[in-house]
Design a protein around this ligand. Structure first.
Ligand code: HPA
Length: 235
């Protein structure tokens, strides 16, 4: 069932979807981890691949950047393609000096002051929890595989370039890191009563100003990708 934004046939999208922001990362994950990976979407360069991970069908679909793009793709995946589970796998900037580069963060909830929710037809909710079910599986899997995982709230911002460097308000609201898509994903999961969460590799620290380069951003995310794949196939 193609939509205005997705050309894949309905049967070509699995019930379990991983969503990196970057189409190149979607290709990297598919080539490295999926058996019999086939490309199922190229529209607008937002690549999606479907294949098998340990015998289970998984789709890797790039969300693009920002609430707008994630808002469209997650809506259509849940509503038109009957997707049940989405794990966003992304990078985030840390608000905490102890949340360091390459640390893994699982978002148990998200905060955003965006107007997206009101325009999408709901009240201004501001804080949304991620899927308890998916989070439990991810935490169990991390423990079994000996992967260190921090858990906390993320802030979804709409502006990457900001003049205001005072993050104290977000820190007071419990946010450990900032990114640009999770609010839209969790909003749509709640709307359609589906399951979604988000895992992050810390790519920069807004307090200490450390950061990793774009090549490493693409390649050094394997632990997060492995954890997401090992977890989603258990659902
Ligand atoms: N701001 C917004 N999104 C991000 C950042 C940031 O500093 N780092 C990684 N994703």
């Amino acid at each position: 069932m193609p939509t205005v934004h997705i050309e894949a046939k309905k049967e070509d999208i699995a019930k379990r979807v991983l969503m990196p922001g970057d189409p190149n990362r979607a290709r990297y994950i598919a080539m490295k981890y999926l058996e019999d990976a086939r490309i199922v979407n190229t529209l607008r360069g937002e690549f999606a691949f479907t294949g098998k991970y340990k015998g289970v069908d998984v789709t890797v679909f790039s969300s693009g950047m920002g609430i707008g793009s994630m808002g469209i793709y997650s809506y259509e995946l849940f509503n038109d393609y009957d997707v049940e589970y989405i794990i966003r796998i992304g990078t985030a900037g840390s608000y905490d000096k102890d949340l360091k580069l390459y640390d893994l963060l699982l978002a148990d909830s998200v905060y955003s002051k965006t107007y997206f929710d009101e325009e999408a037809g709901h009240e201004n909710v501001e804080i949304i929890n991620s899927s308890f079910d998916l989070n439990s599986v991810i935490m169990d899997t991390a423990r079994i595989k000996n992967i260190k995982l921090k858990i906390g709230r993320v802030h979804t911002t709409e502006s990457f370039y900001t003049e205001n460097k005072d993050y104290s308000k977000f820190i007071e609201l419990g946010c450990m890191a900032v990114e640009m898509e999770t609010y839209a994903l969790l909003f749509n999961a709640k709307k359609f009563m589906k399951h979604a969460t988000a895992l992050f590799t810390i790519s920069d620290n807004l307090i200490t100003h450390d950061e990793i380069d774009s090549i490493s951003r693409e390649k050094k995310l394997d632990e997060m990708i492995y954890l997401a794949l090992e977890s989603i196939i258990k659902k």
